[in-house]
Design a protein around this ligand. Structure first.
Ligand code: GLN
Length: 277
């Protein structure tokens, strides 16, 4: 027989940089309770089944598997998303794309948005939820990601969003949007970071983009102007050292009012601009 407090005290995840948080998330999931439950009821007895489930989760985490894949879910902005191994795990820095989109467009107008490479649907569904009057299209090239994002959309009852199977703009030819945003793959194929930590478990289709990591960003920037409405914005996440290259790309394709913003780690992380015609 064991209690919550002793399971928390004795659990060890020596290789995880977020060990304490991981342990709490895994135990809360094994109990089927929110994390706050652990601190409210530390003396509560844990059933054998829950203790075994927790031990299984810990074992998987010790092999390096990300917590989000073990639990099959991840919080992002104001929503909880189902996640799976075909898609990137939504990251806190990507919330800047959501925040900036909300800032760039007035809320009360029925704007049309496009999210390229939506994965779980994190960006598109967060915006669709916060702005019910916007019409949000989310696309992905990976069929499993399309199905996952569609499940997330349905579970969150977001009727103002749609998810399409599309390689970048292929399914939206001839359409124009007021804002296009994307967190595309942007890691260079030889980046040693790909062999470390949680990233090892994520699909390279969502991470890697050619020798300098810029192949997809180049493609998106070059094709975006014909899909933007007049004064429409393009908003992109990129690598910490890709700010100058992305600003040059935007400038070269006629974008104006180009700006870059830094993430909480003080790295250049998102760059945006607009076209006037
Ligand atoms: N920021 C992610 C990482 O470095 C990469 C995400 C992406 O390629 N879009 O792990």
């Amino acid at each position: 027989m064991t209690i919550i407090a002793s399971l928390l005290r004795n659990a060890e995840l020596p290789d995880s940089p977020t060990a304490r948080l991981d342990v709490e998330l895994l135990l809360a999931a094994a109990l089927g309770k929110p994390r706050s439950f652990l601190h409210t009821w530390p003396e509560r007895i844990v059933s054998t089944e829950a203790a075994q489930a927790f031990a299984g989760y810990l074992q998987r985490r010790r092999t390096g598997e990300p917590v989000a894949y073990i639990l099959g879910q991840q919080g992002f902005w104001s929503i909880d998303l189902e996640v799976a191994t075909h898609t990137l795990i939504p990251r806190p820095e990507t919330e800047m794309l959501v925040e900036t989109a909300l800032e760039l467009l007035p809320g009360a107008i029925a704007h049309r948005l496009l999210d390229l490479g939506t994965g779980t649907g994190a960006i598109a569904l967060s915006l669709a939820k916060d702005r019910p009057q916007w019409e949000v299209t989310a696309v992905d090239r990976v069929q499993e990601a399309v199905e996952l994002a569609e499940r997330n959309r349905r579970r969150l009852h977001l009727d103002n969003a749609q998810v399409l199977h599309s390689h970048w703009f292929s399914a939206v030819e001839g359409q124009r949007f007021d804002l296009i945003l994307s967190n595309p793959p942007y890691v260079a194929a030889s980046d040693p970071h790909l062999a470390e930590g949680d990233v090892r478990f994520e699909p390279s289709s969502a991470l890697v983009s050619g020798p300098d990591g810029l192949d997809d960003l180049r493609l998106i920037v070059s094709q975006a102007p014909v899909h933007l409405a007049s004064d429409g914005w393009l908003l992109l996440e990129h690598g910490h050292d890709q700010g100058p290259a992305v600003r040059d790309l935007l400038l070269g394709h006629g974008f104006e009012q180009i700006q870059t913003r830094r993430d909480l780690g003080d790295h250049e992380r998102i760059t945006f601009g607009r076209v006037s015609c």
